[in-house]
Design a protein around this ligand. Structure first.
Ligand SMILES: *Cc1c(COP(=O)(O)O)cnc(C)c1O
Length: 408
């Protein structure tokens, strides 16, 4: 058995309270029928994390199947071009299935197996989490059903086909705007009905307790590795860690290991879409009119909503950042001033996408390009010995059609 290089743990120093609150955010806003299921899940998660056999099983798969640890790459030409801080990339794009989502999908699928739940359900927007879930389910021989809005299915044909090839059933959702938020609603409905034999595999650091804690823990491998790798390669910690924030899982996965390193700035980048003034964006924190605390999909966080509390339609060139709420721990980190949040517009992300292609030979996901855009903005303002670490959450092969259309 391959030794766990980076044993994961549930960080006792930064736990939410017993009901899953991160300060005034998080919690559990669910139908009464789901409370026992969430209690069972919470207990099973903590028991698994305390079990060396579960840790070993997860670490072994992360090494032999996902391809962890993913490397750190010094972006030499981008750094020289910008003439400021040194830019390093954490290469989650090199993980199996091409993004960080597999870290969480594998962890939760193993947990489902341990809990004796043979049926996995998941929701997906762009299809990336659906593909990661279908992958993990295929590996472990589980039945997998993925809820997906019919509008998203039409937009993301290749991912629908991928999920089907991997043996999953993709269930079209025809309610509401027929996109991600409606798919989550349907998945929760399925779970309420079939909770006896069904595991709900949530895709980001969202939803009712214990999901935000659980997803953070499975994604924390990103930051644990990156922190050690930066110390080995540069002899110091980065000055700034930057990650894009959709639901917030790749960002919390990077940030968590640096949480107590107070000299390290943590910067999350939201989707600025066509700009705040246009109203077409997914910047929950940056829009002072529409972004306010509220409850969506079982958790309290910042939510884009109109004055009646109706959830706003969002827009981003990157499907993975296109969601009206954000993980509750990010709302908390922002309120505590431990992390700051900024945005990159569609145009800035597309520009960053092209720069990384041409200067580094890396085609990044459009989501990750938002983080790169912030590094491009920030690096020239910093001294040459400063270090900026960017989480490259995924590869851009899935985005080629979108980029082609946008550049025409
Ligand atoms: C899904 C996705 C994201 C956004 O999700 P988070 O939970 O915020 O990480 C970012 N990057 C890529 C490549 C994705 O697939």
């Amino acid at each position: 058995m391959i030794q766990a290089k980076n044993p994961m743990h549930v960080d006792a120093a930064h736990l939410p309270d017993a009901r899953g609150h991160f300060g005034e955010f998080g919690g559990r806003f669910v139908p009464e029928t789901l409370v026992p299921a969430l209690d069972e899940l919470t207990a099973a998660f903590h028991a698994a994390m305390a079990d060396p056999a579960f840790q070993a099983q997860y670490s072994e798969l992360q090494a032999s199947y996902t391809g962890r640890p993913t490397p750190i790459t010094f972006a030499r030409r981008l750094t020289e071009h910008l003439g400021g801080a040194q830019i390093y990339l954490k290469r989650e794009d090199l993980a199996h299935t091409g993004a960080h989502k597999i870290n969480n999908a594998l962890g939760q699928a193993l947990l489902a197996q341990r809990m004796g739940k043979p049926r996995i359900i998941a929701e997906t927007g762009a299809g990336q989490h659906g593909v990661a879930s279908a992958t993990a389910a295929a590996l472990l021989g589980q039945e997998c059903h993925v809820y997906m809005g019919s509008v998203d299915m039409a937009r993301q044909r290749p991912n629908v086909f991928r999920m089907q090839l991997l043996g999953a059933e993709v269930i079209p959702v025809e309610s509401g705007t027929r996109t991600l938020k409606d798919a989550i609603t349907e998945a929760i409905r399925d779970w309420v009905t079939n909770v006896e034999n069904t595991y709900y595999l949530m895709g980001s650091a969202l939803g009712p307790h214990p999901y935000p804690l659980m997803v953070r823990t499975f994604q924390s491998v990103i930051g644990i590795e990156a922190r050690q790798q930066m110390l080995e390669q540069t002899g110091q910690l980065p000055d700034v860690c930057i990650a894009c924030v959709g639901g917030g899982s790749n960002a919390i996965g990077l940030f968590h290991a640096f949480r107590d390193d107070e000299a390290v700035d943590l910067v999350g980048v939201e989707a600025g879409g066509r700009g705040i003034a246009s109203g077409e964006h997914a910047a929950r924190f940056a829009d002072p009119n529409m972004g306010r605390p509220g409850v969506l999909h079982g958790t309290r966080s910042f939510v884009l909503q109109d004055s009646d509390g109706q959830i706003m339609n969002t827009h981003s060139v990157s499907a993975g950042l296109d969601y009206a709420s954000v993980g509750p721990e990010h709302a908390y980190l922002r309120q505590m001033e431990r992390a700051t949040y900024t945005l990159a517009t569609d145009d800035e992300a597309l520009h960053a996408f092209q720069m990384l292609c041409q200067l580094e030979g890396i085609i990044p996901a459009l989501e990750s390009s938002h983080a790169v855009a912030e590094a491009i903005r920030r690096a020239p303002t910093l001294p040459h010995d400063a270090i900026v670490l960017v989480n490259l959450s995924g590869r851009g092969d899935k985005d080629l059609d979108t980029v082609l259309k946008a550049l025409e």
